[in-house]
Design a protein. Sequence first.
Length: 298
Amino acid sequence: MSRAAARRGIAITPRTVKTRRIGFDYPPERLPRHFAGGDLVMSHVVAVLSSFFPEGEDYFIRSVRAYRDRVTDPELERQVAGFIGQEVTHSREHRHLNDRLARLGYPTRTIDRLTGLGLRFDERVMPRSSRLAVTAALEHYTATLAEVLLTEERARAMFDVEEIRSLLEWHALEESEHKSVAFDVYRVGVGSEPRRIWTMRLTTVGFLAATVIATIYSMLHDPATYDPRVLVPSLRRLRSSPWLTRDVARRIAAYNRPGFHPDDFDNTALVAEWKERLFGADGELTGRLKGGPRPPAP
């Protein structure tokens, strides 16, 4: 344990955060324009979130790397290395998906470029402690949404294109594996509870606003948006979305509780189950592990 961690009474929970070599492809004949079960709004929401990921994951990496000098606990050092390796791969694979979605007419490249401009501006004006706090907050969002996908059959059923579903399941598993890493680096390197909580509140406003605005912008590029026979039923289905439940809202809000830790929601069994399902001896994605290029070393 590092001296800073020891002073704060911080213990790092052992966990495996493994970088996996993997790659996905999206043959044109198997990727319809509305790839989320034919649903207009959900397809655009997923495309927008995927557009955020490449620049967002790179921002997370830089924010955590900025505190590597404070991370001296060997267990946390290993987890940080795994976190960086996983996020590099996520960035690469979502950029590949975004290029494919752009050919379907989604404005993913524009959203990606604007995301990068916004995050680089943030890095110029915000201290590194705030950037790490933002990273920890957004990691709580991604881990919460990831665990909805892994626990809710109806959430997975929305993605009937196998390649998209496989990408999201793999990403969700790794977000669940490393959900505490940025948070623990924040505890060791910064430690301020008021800053953590207020950053989450501000991040929530910014993240939700950006997602809504970008989704509307994306949908305006889709002719189906202007057909009420398509738009109205899609909007109605949002009311029963597994990602927009009170339980999800409570889990997100739990981050604002003093003394909160991501491990308060124990996902040990869930991670073990999905590691076996995806990467066990007969795992659904085991055969892909030999094909993807190795991500750059952390």
